[in-house]
Structure formats: C-alpha cells, structure tokens
Design a protein around this ligand. Structure first.
Ligand SMILES: *[C@@H]1O[C@H](CO)[C@@H](O)[C@H](O)[C@H]1NC(C)=O
Ligand SMILES: *[C@@H]1O[C@H](CO)[C@@H](O)[C@H](O)[C@H]1NC(C)=O
Ligand SMILES: *[C@@H]1O[C@H](CO)[C@@H](O)[C@H](O)[C@H]1NC(C)=O
Length: 230
C-alpha cells in the first residue's frame, strides 16, 4: 500500500512538472504578436512561435506569394522561410497604409519587421517610410530583392493601440513580409517616455551576411536562442 502511495505521489509530481512546463511555454508567448503578412494562415513554426495571418490587423493593400528560392536566407532559412514567403504590398497611389495592433499601455516592447521582395519584381526597387504610433521610425530603400532587410526597435507603448503605418517614397510600393512584437519588461530596459523609441538597441540579424555581427535572441532566430521571457 505504502509503495503504491509513493508511486501515485511520483506520478502526481511528474504530472505537476509536465503542467509546469506547459505553463512556462504558454507564458513564454504571452504578449507575443507574430504576424505573417500577406498570409491567411495560422501556424506554429519549428521554434514553437505561433504565427497568424494579417487580415485582422489591416484593411489596406494586397497580398502576394513570392518565390524565395534565390533568396539569401543564411543559417536561419528553415525558420524564416515561411514568414518570408508571403508579403503585403500597398499599391494605392496616395495615403498611409496601417496595421492596428493592441499592446499594453506603458509596456516596453521590441518590434521587428522583415522585408524581402523576392520575385515580386514590382517591389525590387522601392523606397518607403514606416512609422510607429505618431513617430516616424524608418526610411527604407530596398535595392536587393533577394536579401531580407530586417529592422528592429525597442519602444514604450504610449497607449494600447499601436499603429504601424507605411507611406510611399519616390519609387515603388511599400511592402512588408512579417511583423513581430515582443514584450521586454523582464529586461528592465532604461527606456523613458522622452526617447520612447530606440532603433536597433541591439542587433538581431537573422538575414545574416558574412562577417556581420549577430546577436541571436529574442525572436527565436535559431533553435539555440534563449527565449526573451527566460
Ligand atoms: C512569384 O512566385 C510565386 C510562387 O512561385 C508565384 O505564385 C507568383 O505568381 C510569382 N510572382 C511573380 C510576380 O512572378
Ligand atoms: C527587378 O525587376 C525588373 C523587372 O521589373 C528586372 O528587369 C530587374 O532585373 C530586377 N532587378 C533585380 C535586382 O532583380
Ligand atoms: C483603440 O482602437 C479601437 C479600435 O480602433 C478604438 O475603438 C479605441 O478607442 C482606441 N483606443 C485608444 C485609447 O485610442
């Protein structure tokens, strides 16, 4: 009897440990927003990151599937491939084209976007700007359709609505392949409202070029990267 009781206790402990692991995994994605632009699919990638299509976040633009066989995806090809395979572009001649996200007011976040034109030849030479909330963030010039451009910033959410807008430049249509948002609270970054947006506070280069420095963390760029909530 005693032994059986011991086994039951061991079983319970084991179940509790499994449940704990489960909770930790769920917690690891709390506040994560991973948008596969131009896609209508929801899926989980090989790193356990849950992706969603972008329909619910924007009403502008058009989606396109691109051929990325010739793309220089570097060592993260296996995890980056799917999110890069579709994009949303904004062929409308005037205006700004926006994504509306919901975050926690005053939360600290990291945002990362990728841009790869691939065989979508109308996008292989284009320039446009990106804003976060009311602030201008980036002027982008895309000249190489086969090398992903990756842009990151950390910022404080001034309110629950985070609007990401694209505006035309002088050539071509704005476009975007993926948008990822990660909460940064655990890191205690010294961001203040005065400089609420900091571009490339550290570098996460998943479209690795030979010789470029690389810090792999935060977005699950490689199977060895630490999760940002750990
Ligand atoms: C690019 O390739 C994709 C996938 O093969 C194809 O669906 C799409 O029509 C191509 N686009 C252009 C502009 O050729
Ligand atoms: C961009 O697309 C045009 C066709 O629209 C093509 O002539 C040109 O070679 C492409 N450029 C690159 C770098 O692929
Ligand atoms: C956030 O956006 C929603 C939907 O567009 C709107 O109803 C709400 O008033 C907005 N909230 C703030 C604080 O701007």
């Amino acid at each position: 009897m005693k032994q059986r009781g011991g086994m039951a206790a061991a079983k319970l402990l084991c179940m509790a440990l499994v449940f704990w692991g489960f909770l930790r995994q769920a917690a690891a994605q709390e506040g994560f927003i991973s948008i596969d632009c131009g896609s209508t699919d929801s899926y989980t990638d090989s790193l356990g990151i849950a992706w969603v299509g972008d329909r619910r976040y924007t009403s502008s633009g058009a989606n396109a599937a691109i051929d990325i066989k010739k793309a220089n995806l570097g060592p993260d090809a296996s995890t980056d491939r799917r999110k890069l395979q579709t994009l949303r572009y904004f062929p409308e001649p005037v205006g700004k084209f926006c994504y509306d996200l919901t975050v926690e007011a005053s939360g600290k976040y990291l945002i990362r976007m990728t841009f790869l034109a691939g065989n979508q030849s109308s996008l292989n030479s284009t320039d446009f700007s990106v804003s976060l909330g009311a602030a201008h963030w980036q002027d982008l010039v895309i000249v190489d359709p086969w090398t992903p451009v990756v842009k990151e910033a950390s910022f404080i959410a001034l309110q629950v609505n985070l609007t990401i807008c694209f505006r035309r430049g002088t050539n071509g249509d704005p476009f975007v392949n993926s948008i990822e948002v990660r909460p940064l609270s655990q890191y205690g970054y010294q961001l203040t409202i005065d400089d609420w947006i900091m571009t490339n506070i550290f570098r996460i280069d998943c479209g690795l070029k030979a010789g470029s420095p690389s810090v792999r963390s935060g977005f699950g760029c490689s199977p060895h990267s630490p999760s940002i909530t750990e």
